[in-house]
Design a protein around this ligand. Structure first.
Ligand code: F6P
Length: 546
């Protein structure tokens, strides 16, 4: 993989020039200049329609961005990504979540070994295990079928499965799936009041099996469980997913209940692996496999489609345009589906843990911006919360609107209203409302000239706020698989464009190390002098030491 600085490319200067020349143009201007813009700036793929015409982007700028992608050797980087090259260089690993959704007939090599047969074997194990739990063939220690599943994990071992299960609630079976992530003891307490140990299956999910939150929660749960159950009940009620099989043994979990995870699957990209076992349990293994199929279809689209019709590539370039030339700090993600409410949170980890880096692939400090800040919530709720700022605030916030053509349960009346809001928001953001229109409206309402003069500035909407509309036919396991894979590939492309390593996360380590030191001092009430004075004062306040 080449290590080229985007800023050192001649095209970067051309993009800068293009930015200066076009910055006063509005999105509406672009539509006036080109009657076919809506068609030209949209991609129809399978059951996805991606319309990126409502962006501050001219054809010539897009052309330059596409050229930049070529110059930065994106084509070969994509090959490396899919073929298992060690693109996670700082950890010496391949990045192969895409291998998890490949068909049986395909081959992907890691250290000269085709990994697909193992992937298929693990998938078979997930299928037969989840079937047995769902159908009640596997039982608890008192011979009762399982009713509840508790996934104990955090970050990538939590957010992906929780987000997918919530998105696909309409596919859910009788099992109640709970997620235990935060180390906050109140959460464990609350959970233990809701579940019956005789009918609950616990899945400890941790790639490393060293994560403080997960191990603490797992130990607390196990202790609680053993207050009610005999020791050998652990064999029936505890399952583990990890890359650290030795540690699982120490926990008393049997080989049958051990689900391995490869080190070439990054935590935040792992929902397709054994980490997704709570998904297979909740929606059934057939639907889990459809989720994988949807992702695989997006992989093929990304791998084989020319850049100008390639959804992840186009979305990445647009993101870079706002981030690096318009200086937009954030990007909002607004799904118009309540069941997708965890998607922004999931993507926060995926995007920011991957591309929140300030050192390039050569080890030099970057002199340009990398990942945007990702945030969002569902529409229409967010319209009644923070949309004011997107419409009339001072920040530029490119926004992805994600909507569906059909509702899940067929309630057309609600769905038309939901989607009317989706369309209205993107329209309002682009067109705004000018002074003349505001004045006319106020006149019609019978306001006096003085009142009109006073109120007008507050009622004007500048418009020209960018959005990208993603419309998918329906929420299905397959479409959710494609949607998540689309964002995964966007993360990859942007990492290439910014010349950063997207698949490590060293930035989360320091806080973990310090917390381990602090917890010892809190437990022994021994606040050392070596702390900085601010932290020392807070710790003493916490312990009520004078
Ligand atoms: O702290 C960050 C992180 O390492 C994430 O990248 C990961 O998803 C999460 O912690 C959980 O890690 P593990 O699965 O090893 O417990």
């Amino acid at each position: 993989m080449k290590k080229l600085s985007p800023k050192k490319q001649e095209i970067w200067n051309m993009l800068q020039k293009s930015f200066e020349e076009n910055r006063s143009k509005t999105i509406v201007n672009y539509f006036e200049e080109d009657k076919n813009r809506a068609e030209e700036f949209s991609i129809q793929w399978e059951n996805f329609f991606v319309d990126y015409s409502k962006n501050r982007l001219s054809k010539s700028t897009l052309h330059l961005l596409l050229q930049l992608a070529e110059k930065l050797d994106l084509k070969n980087a994509i090959k490396d990504y899919f073929q298992g090259a060690e693109i996670n260089e700082t950890e010496g690993r391949s990045v192969l979540h895409t291998a998890l959704r490949k068909a049986k007939s395909e081959k992907v090599f890691v250290n000269d070994k085709n990994v697909i047969p193992d992937v298929i074997a693990v998938k078979d194990k997930i299928r037969s295990f989840s079937k047995k739990v769902i159908e009640g063939d596997l039982k608890g220690w008192t011979n009762k079928p399982f009713t509840d599943i508790v996934n104990i994990g955090i970050g990538g071992s939590h957010l992906g499965p929780m987000m997918v299960n919530e998105s696909l609630t309409s596919y859910k079976n009788h099992l109640n799936v709970h997620y235990l992530a935060n180390i906050d003891g109140d959460v464990v307490e609350k959970l233990t009041r809701e579940i019956n140990p005789e009918t609950t299956l616990f899945i400890i999910v941790s790639k490393t099996f060293t994560t403080q939150e997960t191990l603490t929660n797992a130990n607390t749960i196990q202790k609680w469980f053993l207050e009610k159950a005999p020791k050998d009940a652990i064999k029936k009620h505890f399952v583990a997913v990890s890359n650290n099989v030795e540690k699982i043994k120490e926990f008393g979990i049997t080989p049958e209940n051990t689900f391995p995870m490869e080190n070439w699957v990054g935590g935040r990209f792992s929902l397709w692996s054994t980490v997704g076992i709570s998904i297979a349990l909740s929606i059934g293994p057939e639907n889990f496999e459809k989720l994988l199929l949807g992702a695989q279809k997006m992989d093929t689209h990304f791998e084989q489609t020319p850049f100008d019709k390639n959804i992840p590539v186009i979305l990445s370039l647009i993101g870079m345009w706002y981030n690096n030339f318009w200086n937009a700090e954030t990007e909002a993600i607004i799904p118009y589906a309540e069941s997708l409410r965890y998607l922004p949170e999931y993507l926060q980890q995926g995007i920011m843990e991957s591309n929140g880096k300030n050192v390039d692939r050569n080890g030099n400090k970057v002199d340009y911006q990398t990942s945007s800040i990702i945030w969002g919530a569902t529409g229409t709720n967010s319209q009644h919360a923070f949309f004011q700022l997107i419409h009339q605030g001072t920040k530029l916030i490119p926004t992805d609107f994600i909507g569906f053509r059909e509702s899940t349960y067929g309630n057309t009346e609600h769905h038309h209203k939901l989607m009317a809001n989706y369309f209205a928001q993107t329209q309002a953001l682009m067109i705004g409302k000018d002074e003349n229109t505001v004045k006319k409206e106020l006149e019609k309402q019978g306001k006096t000239p003085q009142e009109i003069e006073k109120l007008t500035p507050f009622k004007v909407f500048e418009g020209n706020k960018p959005s990208t509309s993603i419309i998918i036919d329906k929420i299905t396991p397959e479409s959710i698989g494609s949607l998540v894979a689309m964002y995964e590939h966007k993360i990859f492309v942007q990492g290439i464009l910014w010349n950063i390593f997207s698949y490590d996360q060293w930035g989360v380590e320091l806080g973990k190390q310090l917390a381990n030191v602090i917890v010892e001092d809190l437990e022994t009430n021994n606040i050392k002098d070596s702390y900085d004075s601010s932290t020392k004062s807070l710790l003493n306040h916490y312990l009520k030491n004078d």
